[in-house]
Design a protein around this ligand. Sequence first.
Ligand SMILES: [Fe+2]
Length: 138
Amino acid sequence: MAETKLIQWSDDYSVGVSILDEQHKSIIRMVNKIHAYITSGASSEEISEILNQMTQYAMNHFRTEEDYMKLFEYPEFELHRKEHMEYWKKTALFANEAMSGNKEVLGDILSFLIDWWMDHILRTDLRYKEFFQEKGLG
Ligand SMILES: [Fe+2]
């Protein structure tokens, strides 16, 4: 794998709420860091450590989104929350596998993280953009 930045945040990813955009930018930075760790041959401990950090950060981010959704009674809340839960389950499994020293799973983890976040932000998160903007969030 080449030492390139895999994801570059751009305005296309903006969900119109600055705190959520900032969190998404941090998440993208973490995905890129995981990529760098994997390509530089970091140890299983180091990789599972950063994966755990990222999971914690993501859970905190999901809570921020979900709190706004509950506050404004976002109609697609349940559906959206389900995706967050799926992510959590999947990354918990991956962190275990990485911890067990299974190097083969690392490429899968990276692809999953990139695909999931790109799809989730662009397809699922952007669905609340207009709704939150109408509620005056910015
Ligand atoms: Fe989300």
